[in-house]
Design a binder for this molecule. Structure first.
Ligand SMILES: NC(=O)c1ccc[n+]([C@@H]2O[C@H](COP(=O)([O-])OP(=O)(O)OC[C@H]3O[C@@H](n4cnc5c(N)ncnc54)[C@H](O)[C@@H]3O)[C@@H](O)[C@H]2O)c1
Length: 349
């Protein structure tokens, strides 16, 4: 049995981590910690285990083998490094950390500790994305030339339990929509194409997301990026917190022999349109939207199972710290590009 503790008891813990640990037969969920009084207790009442009272107390429990780190972004590095020092395996939520140095510190500490460190990049576990990666690798659309990917919804306040959400405060979130949603789609492009993005040109803006007093938030609510991959494929990413009426979470990959359409059709999660021949349509599980999750719709993302499997088998997790660092380098390059107005080369080693 892998014994687990969860640090940070907000929405992602309530909707995904805690229920998915309960669904895993190799796991015993020992308890929770949170800086907000009541949240850990609430989770313990709902999912079992206990309220440790503090993260220090949770990490000091020698029974705990592994933790989920589900705290506000700027605390990711501090809590993850403390957990590794305490000898725990770590499943860290995205975005990896607030600065490139912190991301590198985590990657280094992960390597030195010999512990499993995995990132909660759940887009990699969506079945249509897995199938698409396989099809691209097998040459179904020939050589990939270009792509576009979009992720947008009405903003984090429709998701979190906190009406004064830290998500929209630079001192707690570090990033706006680029770190929140852009990291998912940047990592997804790495996953689908199996090669890194090496050049970025980006724009960011705060167009309409406001605090309760009507002033614009101090983070970007929209970001667009032009990406170039190592093999020379070009594509765009648009991420937004101002898609007011509906959530969009889709991708298209264009190759020399056809196109793959991912989650852009309400009926089919994957459509393969070859330049010649029959169109193929697949119905896989969807990407659950924020609205659906709040309404109680839940499907196992596969993230927790993959983390637990890595611990049990000792195999590298599907998205480890090194892999996450590649996507974070692109995010930081996009921020630099948006600030300077120039395209930025990404050093991917
Ligand atoms: N993978 C995904 O698709 C996905 C989706 C949503 C959120 N997330 C990530 O999960 C993390 C948590 O997001 P959320 O939506 O659950 O936010 P939330 O605001 O609902 O919950 C965060 C919780 O962490 C607690 N907390 C903050 N700092 C802490 C600290 N230093 N120590 C202990 N507890 C602390 C807060 O009190 C709060 O209860 C964020 O990093 C977010 O980006 C990932």
């Amino acid at each position: 049995m892998i014994k687990v503790g969860i640090i940070g008891c907000g929405r992602i813990t309530e909707y995904r981590h805690a229920p998915e640990y309960l669904e895993n037969k190799d796991v015993e969920l020992l308890g929770f910690s949170d800086v907000q009084s009541g949240r850990a207790k609430l989770m313990a009442e709902k999912f079992g285990g206990r309220d440790y009272g503090s993260t220090e107390a949770l990490l000091a429990d020698p029974e705990i083998d592994a933790v989920s780190v589900c705290v506000a972004n700027v605390y990711h590095a501090e809590v993850t490094l403390a957990a590794l020092k305490a000898g725990k395996h770590v499943l860290l939520e995205k975005p990896m950390a607030a600065t490139l140095k912190e991301c590198e510190d985590i990657a280094r500490a992960a390597k030195e500790s010999g512990k499993i460190v995995m990132l909660g990049h759940n887009q990699r576990f969506a079945p249509a994305h897995i199938k698409a990666r396989e099809m691209i690798a097998n040459g179904a659309i020939g050589r990939v030339l270009s792509f576009h990917t979009v992720f947008g919804h009405g903003g984090p306040e429709v998701w979190t339990h906190d009406p004064n959400s830290w998500f929209m405060r630079r001192d707690r979130a570090a990033f706006g929509v680029l770190g929140d949603l852009g990291i998912h789609k940047t990592d997804l492009i790495h996953f689908l194409l199996d090669e890194p993005i090496v050049e970025v040109s980006a724009q960011m803006g705060t167009l309409n997301k406001r605090y309760a007093d009507g002033t614009l938030i101090d983070l970007e609510d929209n970001a667009t990026a032009l990406y170039r991959t190592r093999s020379g494929a070009m594509g765009t990413m648009h991420v937004s917190w101002t898609f007011t009426a509906c959530e969009e979470n889709s991708t298209r990959i264009y190759g020399t022999k056809g196109v793959l359409r991912l989650y852009d059709d309400p009926r089919f999660s994957l459509i393969h349109e070859p330049a010649e021949g029959e169109v193929q349509q697949f119905r896989f599980r969807g990407l659950t939207s924020n609205e659906e999750q709040k309404a109680g719709k839940r499907e196992n993302t596969g993230v927790i199972n993959a983390f637990v499997e890595s611990i049990v088998t000792g195999r590298r997790p599907p998205v480890d710290a090194q892999e996450a660092l590649k996507a974070m380098r692109v995010v930081f390059a996009a921020i630099e590009s948006a600030g300077s107005g120039r395209s930025v080369a990404v050093d991917q080693e």
